[in-house]
Design a protein around this ligand. Structure first.
Ligand code: DGJ
Length: 781
C-alpha cells in the first residue's frame, strides 16, 4: 500500500469515500423496491445519508447510503460501485465476495503519479464520459453541433432498484422473472447538454453474471449526435492480464487466440454490418495464472448481431479498461429533443474457476435466459441437408429420393437448401435472389406437394432462405431499386452478385414478414434455415436524410430484429436455424430468435474440432449445428474416418449433409447405429454441463465431456489429431464426478469409481490421424 506516495493534489480525488467507513454492515433498509431515490449534492453528505435510507432490503443489490456504495452480489461474486461527493460514479471492485471495499486501499492508488496527469485519468470509473482528462477510451461520447459541445459530464442524480429484469424494446435481451434477478438503474445527468443517462445493471441470484445496458435521453433543446454509447465498461486494477478472443475467417470461425495485454488499445471489432466470421462479440480477461479450471476470469459478451467493438486498453499507469458495445465507427445517431437511444445489452461474467467456469455460466445463462424458441428444451431433429449433396441443382425427385434413403438411417427432417425458387429469374448458382416463389419447373408439386411427399416418409420438411438479400436480376429489384443499402451516385458493389435490402425501412420489414409467411404457409414447413451471405458496402439508406446516414447499420439491425421477433412469435413451432455463410453471425443477438446456428461451412472433422471448441467457449453446444459430410472434404480436401466425422458432429447438434444414395451398406449400417445412439444421449449435449478436459487448440489429444446436471450420466469424446509412434498418450482424467460413486463405462467391463476416473483416468485407444473414441458413462449407485 503506497498511500503516502500520492501527490497531494490528487488525494481528495483518488478513492476518497463519499462518507466515512464506520457504517455498521447489515443495516437494513427502508426504501421499498422500485422506488427512485434522488440525490441532491447536499444529500451526498454523511449527515443526510444517515438520516435517509441506509440500505435496500432486497438482495442481491444493496445500497449503503452512508458510504454511497452499491453492492451487486451473484452466487459467488460481488461488484461494487460508489458515488463520489461530486457525483462521479466510481468503480470499486469486481470479483469474489469480499464484503466491504475500502476505496482508499484499492490497488489503483498504489503507485506514484506525475502531477501533470489529470485526476480522472488515474481513477477507476464506472462509465467514463469524454473530455475531462480521462484519456482512456470512453464509454460515452456525444456531440452537440448547435452549441459545439464535445465534452460531457454525467453526474449521478438518483437510482432505482427493481425486482426481475426489464426487457429491451426493439433489441434482443435476456429475460428473468422477479424472483431470479434484480435490476439497478443509476440515473445520471449532464447539465450542459441536458442529456439524461440511465445505466442498467441486472444480477442473477444463482450465477455470477451482470447484464448491463445504457439509455440516453435528450432533455435539452438541440439535437445531439451520439457517437459512442457502450453497453459495458469496466476498469481493472494493474495486473498482467491475458486477453482471449475468438477470431478467424469464413470456414475457420472462432479460433481461440490469447495475447498478453500491454500498453495500448486492442480493438476486437466488426465493421461489416454483421458480427462476422473474423471476430466474435466476445472477449475475456484472464488474471495471471488463470487456466481452464483455475483462476479469475472476466468474460464479456454482447447481445448484438451487427458491427460491434470490444476494446481492452491498458494506459500508461497499467490501468486496464474494457469497453464493449456498438462500433462507434458505424454509428452517429441523431437524437432530437425528447428522444431516447438504447444501447444493446452486454453480459459480464466472473469466474473464479477459470475459463471452464466462465463457459458453463454463459451456457446456462443463454440456455435459460436468452433463447426464446419453444424448441429450446425439445430434442432437436437430426436433419439431412441437400446443400453439400446437390448444391443449388435440386428438384422434387432428388429431394424425395433423399428422404426415402434418409428415413432408413433415422433422419428426422429434410432441409431443402438453396436452389428451390425463382420463376422469372430461376436460381441456378449464385445468380438470382429475392423472388421467393417456388420454381415450378424443378418442383412441379410446389412446396405443398414436396412437404407431403417428405412427410409421407415420416419426416419433417425444412427450407432455406436468404431473406435479407436481393440480386440485380430479380423482380424485387426491378420494382424497388431503392430498397437496397447504398449511397446516391455510387454504384453498389454486388458482392456474390447480390445487394442487401435496407431493413431499416419499415416497408421492407413488412414485405419480408409477408413474403416469409407466404413461404411458411405454402406447405407443412417446420424448419427455416435463415442465411445471410454478404457484408455491407457503400453503407447508407436512400430512406434517411444526409445527417442520419450513419444510423443505417443500427437501424438495419433494429429492423431485422423486428422481423425476427414478429416471425418467431407468429410461427412458434417452426424451428429457425441461423446461418451467415457458415458461422458469420453466431452471436447472442441471433440466439434470442434462433435456438441453433450453422457453425461453419467447413464440415471437415479436423477443422471442426477447433471451430466447435472455440464456439462452445461461449455458446451452448446444442446451438451449434454440425453435419457429417462426404470426404475428401470440400473445403480442406482432407479425408477423415466416418467414425470421427460422426463423433465430432455428435458433440453438437448432429445432422448429415451428403447424398445417402452414395453410401455403402456398411456405412449405412454404421450411420444408423450412430444416429440411434445420438437419439439416446442428445439430452446430455443439450442439457449437460460441458467441460473441455484437454485443450482442443494446443493438445494433440483434445477431449470434451458432457455431464448430466444430476451426475447420473456422461459422454466423453476423445480425439487424436496426428498419429505418431512410440509416443505415450496421457490418460484422460475426467472431471465433475462423484468420487465415491461407481460408474459403468462403455467398452469397459468392470465398474470404476469416480475417484478412479478423475485421478487415474481413461486410456483412449487411437490408431490413425484424426481418430476418435466415445465413452458413455452411467452412474451405478
Ligand atoms: C451458405 C451456407 O452457409 C450454406 O450452408 C448454404 O446454405 C449456402 N449458403 C447456400 O447458398
Amino acid at each position: 500500500m503506497r498511500l503516502t506516495g500520492l501527490f497531494p493534489q490528487f488525494a481528495p480525488e483518488i478513492g476518497k469515500p463519499a462518507v466515512g467507513f464506520s457504517a455498521t454492515p447489515g443495516i437494513e433498509a427502508n426504501i421499498p423496491a422500485g422506488d427512485t431515490v434522488h440525490f441532491s449534492a447536499a444529500a451526498r453528505t454523511r449527515k443526510r445519508a444517515s438520516t435517509q435510507a441506509a440500505r435496500v432490503v432486497q438482495k442481491p443489490i444493496r445500497f449503503d447510503a452512508e458510504r454511497q456504495v452499491f453492492t451487486l452480489s451473484g452466487k459467488n461474486m460481488e461488484y461494487h460501485l460508489q458515488i463520489t461527493p461530486d457525483g462521479e460514479l466510481r468503480h470499486l471492485y469486481w470479483g469474489k465476495p469480499v464484503g466491504e471495499v475500502q476505496p482508499e486501499l484499492l490497488p489503483f492508488n498504489a503507485s506514484r503519479v506525475n502531477s501533470w496527469q489529470p485526476a480522472l485519468d488515474i481513477v477507476p470509473r464506472e462509465y467514463p464520459d469524454f473530455g475531462r482528462g480521462d484519456y482512456r477510451t470512453p464509454a460515452v461520447q456525444v456531440f452537440a453541433p448547435g452549441s459545439g459541445q464535445l465534452t460531457s459530464h454525467f453526474k449521478v442524480v438518483g437510482h432505482r432498484i427493481r425486482p426481475g429484469k426489464p426487457e429491451l424494446d426493439g433489441l434482443p435481451s435476456l429475460f428473468a422473472d422477479r424472483k431470479q434477478a434484480q435490476t439497478l438503474t443509476v440515473q445520471l445527468k449532464d447539465d450542459v447538454t441536458g442529456l439524461d443517462l440511465d445505466l442498467n445493471y441486472t444480477v442473477f441470484k444463482d450465477s455470477d453474471v451482470i447484464i448491463r445496458s445504457s439509455r440516453i435521453t435528450n432533455k435539452g433543446s438541440e439535437p445531439i449526435f451520439i457517437e459512442k454509447l457502450a453497453s459495458f465498461s469496466a476498469d481493472f486494477a494493474p495486473s498482467d492480464y491475458r486477453l482471449l478472443k475468438l477470431s478467424g475467417a469464413s470456414v475457420r470461425e472462432r479460433q481461440e487466440e490469447f495475447m498478453d495485454l500491454k500498453t495500448g488499445n486492442i480493438n476486437v471489432s466488426s465493421r461489416l454490418g454483421a458480427s462476422g466470421h473474423e471476430q466474435n462479440p466476445f472477449i475475456a480477461l484472464l488474471e495471471p495464472g488463470a487456466t481452464e479450471t483455475h483462476g479469475n476470469v472476466y468474460g464479456f459478451s454482447l447481445v448484438y448481431s451487427g458491427s460491434f467493438s470490444a476494446e481492452a486498453e491498458q494506459n500508461r499507469n497499467r490501468y486496464t479498461r474494457v469497453v464493449m458495445g456498438l462500433n462507434p465507427m458505424s454509428l452517429n445517431w441523431k437524437l432530437n429533443p425528447g428522444e431516447s437511444f438504447q444501447s444493446p445489452e452486454a453480459v459480464g461474467v466472473f469466474s473464479g474457476e477459470g475459463l471452464g467456469g466462465m463457459t458453463r455460466q454463459l451456457h446456462s445463462l443463454f440456455n435459460n435466459h436468452l433463447i426464446r424458441s419453444t424448441w429450446k428444451d425439445k430434442p432437436r431433429p437430426i436433419v439431412m441437408n441437400t446443400w453439400e449433396a446437390f448444391g443449388p441443382n435440386i428438384d422434387h425427385e432428388k429431394v424425395v429420393n433423399m428422404a426415402k434413403e434418409a428415413k432408413d438411417l433415422g433422419i428426422e427432417l429434410i432441409v431443402v437448401d438453396d436452389g428451390w425458387f425463382g420463376e422469372k429469374y430461376p436460381r441456378t448458382g449464385v445468380d438470382a435472389l429475392g423472388d421467393w416463389k417456388v420454381n415450378t419447373k424443378k418442383f412441379p408439386k410446389g412446396l405443398k406437394g414436396l412437404a407431403e411427399d417428405i412427410n409421407a416418409q415420416g419426416m419433417m420438411m425444412g427450407i432455406w432462405m436468404e431473406p435479407e438479400m436481393v440480386s440485380p436480376n430479380s423482380e424485387l429489384f426491378e420494382k424497388h431499386p431503392d430498397w437496397i443499402i447504398g449511397q446516391p451516385e455510387r454504384t453498389p458493389s454486388p458482392v456474390k452478385h447480390q445487394y442487401i435490402l435496407d431493413l431499416g425501412r419499415p416497408e421492407v420489414q413488412d414485405y419480408l414478414i409477408d413474403t416469409i409467411s407466404e413461404v411458411l404457409d405454402a406447405g407443412n414447413i417446420q424448419y427455416l434455415k435463415w442465411d445471410m451471405n454478404r457484408t455491407m458496402t457503400e453503407i447508407g439508406s436512400f430512406h434517411l436524410p444526409g445527417d442520419q446516414q450513419k444510423e443505417t447499420q443500427h437501424r438495419y439491425m433494429l429492423g431485422l430484429y423486428r422481423v425476427l421477433k414478429v416471425l418467431t412469435e407468429k410461427y412458434p413451432d417452426v424451428l429457425f436455424e441461423g446461418c451467415a455463410g457458415g458461422g458469420g453471425r453466431f452471436d447472442p443477438g441471433m440466439l434470442q430468435y434462433f435456438p441453433q446456428i450453422w457453425t461453419s461451412d467447413n464440415t471437415d472433422a479436423g477443422s471442426r474440432m477447433n471451430i466447435q471448441a472455440g464456439t462452445a467457449r461461449v455458446y451452448p453446444p446444442m446451438t451449434m449445428t454440425a453435419h457429417v459430410s462426404d470426404v475428401p472434404n470440400g473445403q480442406v480436401g482432407r479425408t477423415t474416418s466416418f467414425k470421427t466425422r460422426f463423433h465430432v458432429a455428435m458433440a453438437a447438434n448432429l445432422g448429415l449433409e451428403m447424398d445417402p444414395a452414395h453410401l455403402s451398406e456398411d456405412k449405412k449400417a454404421f450411420a444408423k447405429e450412430q444416429i440411434a445412439f445420438y437419439k439416446q444421449v442428445r439430452h446430455l449435449v443439450q442439457d449437460g454441463e460441458y467441460r473441455q478436459l484437454r485443450d482442443t487448440f494446443t493438445s494433440n489429444w483434445p477431449a470434451w465431456m458432457f455431464t448430466a446436471t444430476d451426475g447420473s450420466e456422461a459422454l466423453v469424446f476423445a480425439f487424436q489429431k496426428m498419429a505418431d509412434v512410440n509416443v505415450g498418450i496421457p490418460a484422460l482424467r475426467l472431471q465433475g464426478l462423484d468420487e465415491k460413486a461407481r460408474y459403468q463405462v462403455s467398452g469397459i467391463e468392470k465398474p470404476l469409481t469416480g475417484a478412479y476416473l478423475m485421478n487415474v483416468g481413461l486410456v483412449p485407444r487411437f490408431s490413425d490421424d484424426f481418430d476418435s473414441n466415445l465413452f458413455h458413462i452411467r452412474r451405478m449407485d
